[in-house]
Write a protein that binds this ligand. Structure first.
Ligand SMILES: *Cc1c(COP(=O)(O)O)cnc(C)c1O
Length: 452
């Protein structure tokens, strides 16, 4: 048995290609639809929002997409990321399971988000775009894009969900340090924002509203495009560097995963970690159980409908077939801001329908308990989002203890929680509440789904 704790990978082993799982699926995913014509959207419909390289990647059927040399060069700042065996957590749990985590919190902005922010900024800069707009919830995406735009010398303008903007002022400061402009959303700068403020002056905002604002500004300015930090196919594609590296790292120490667990907001870190392993499973080379973990307060896989819905609140985006709680749904203010999106990646939703992975929902107190346990054993303070995955890893490790099975568990620790210490304080002082979602609120939100 190997004795590794940190599994090293040489800089030359940063992947040269992103992996596109669409090429290996038995059934292709349903296309996005134009809300007016209800026909599949074409490149022309998307051109006001995205540069042509990213539109091509969105509909790409090739198995591999080459990572541009310039992007690999920026990746070198923090990739390959470490794969670490959580020996101290294993010991504390008394489990025979072997737990590995791929740590993405060592990136410049502290999460996996720069894996896609950098190529998005690169392709936009290359096509002559001068400014990118985006939304951010917890602030991890906004800070990743701000960092990436600084690398390619383009402007970055961020609409940040007001609840987070007020609770996490330091995330907004980080974006400004990287040179971005930050607005609390809803803002008076857009038609969507003005309309919502007129109806609800104290609106805490939501990701869906912030997306509408960023899309509205990008669509109306010729030198400006929009960037999305999750959900879309090209985002999940870029994140596959996580899984490709993890696959190589585990192979280098002779380990094969039995269970792979990840948290899902829009699905990008989960897809990025698991797609290369799904490829290996489809090819018959391994047979891991793959499991997504979402918050009880925003349970799109476990309680949502699989239906065509808008990606934003105002209904400006194409219709996406996905697991959704309805585009009007505003989740309760749980601390895992990155998991508070009403929808889910259409690609992952399709793969879920194909039965290729499982999903479970967790309460935030169970998640923070696992986060503290992890911090006190492994030393890294996890962001609230990956504590969802950790809670399931702990549960699985305890099941192994019961059964005596020494399974190999793998997860992505997709961000650190240094900007989330308020949330940890709430937990430590016993003031954290759970927000399970009553079925009537789900039904009410789903009643607003567009009728096709
Ligand atoms: C954004 C974010 C998430 C949620 O987004 P996914 O696309 O589901 O990965 C989860 N964890 C962290 C640390 C994030 O920054």
């Amino acid at each position: 048995m190997n004795e590794a704790t940190r599994v090293p990978l040489d800089e030359s082993r940063i992947p040269h290609d992103w992996y596109n799982i669409v090429a290996d699926l038995p059934v292709p995913p349903p296309p996005p639809l134009h809300p007016g014509t209800l026909r599949p959207v074409g490149p022309d419909d998307l051109a006001p929002l995205f540069p042509s390289d990213l539109i091509e990647q969105e509909v790409c059927a090739d198995r591999h997409v080459t990572i541009p040399a310039s992007v690999r060069d920026v990746y070198r700042l923090w990739r390959p990321t470490p794969l670490i065996r959580a020996r101290r957590l294993e010991r504390a749990l008394g489990t025979p399971a072997r737990i590995y985590y791929k740590y993405e919190g060592g990136s410049p902005s502290g999460s996996h988000k720069p894996n896609t922010a950098v190529p998005q900024a690169y392709y936009n800069a290359r096509s002559g775009v001068r400014r990118l707009t985006t939304e951010t919830g917890a602030g991890q995406w906004g800070s990743a894009l701000a960092f990436a735009c600084a690398q390619y010398d383009i402007e970055c303008e961020v609409w940040m969900v007001r609840a987070s903007h007020d609770q996490k002022p330091h995330r907004a400061s980080l974006m400004r340090v990287y040179g971005a402009t930050v607005h609390a959303s809803p803002s008076p700068m857009t038609e969507t924002g003005r309309k919502i403020l007129a109806e609800h002056p104290g609106s805490p905002g939501s990701l869906g509203i912030a997306i509408s604002e960023a899309v509205e500004v990008a669509a109306s300015a010729p030198d400006t495009r929009y960037a999305l930090g999750s959900v879309l196919n090209h985002v999940l594609l870029h994140q596959t560097v996580i899984g490709e590296e993890a696959l190589e790292q585990l192979a280098s120490i002779g380990e094969v995963p039995d269970v792979i667990v990840g948290c899902t907001g829009g699905g990008s870190n989960f897809g990025g970690l698991t797609f290369p392993f799904m490829r290996e499973r489809l090819a018959g080379r391994m047979n891991p159980v793959i499991r997504a973990v979402e918050p009880e307060a925003c349970p799109s896989f476990t309680q949502g409908a699989y239906a065509y819905d808008f990606g934003d609140t105002a209904g400006l985006t194409p219709l996406l077939k996905m697991h959704t709680l309805g585009h009007g749904f505003i989740p309760d203010p749980i601390h895992a801001g990155g998991l508070r999106y009403h929808g889910m990646s259409p690609l992952l939703s399709h793969i879920y329908e194909l039965g290729m992975f499982e999903a479970v929902a967790k309460s935030q107190t169970e998640c923070f308990e696992a986060g503290l346990r992890f911090a006190r054993t492994e030393g890294i303070v996890p962001a609230p989002e990956p504590t969802h995955a950790l809670a399931e890893v702990v549960a699985e490790a305890l099941r192994c203890k019961e059964s005596g099975e020494s399974k190999v568990l793998l997860t992505a620790l997709c961000g650190h929680g240094h900007f989330d210490l308020n949330a940890y304080e709430r937990y430590l002082s016993g003031r954290m509440e759970d927000h399970a979602l009553p079925r009537d609120r789900i039904e009410a939100a789903l009643a607003g789904l567009p009728v096709l």
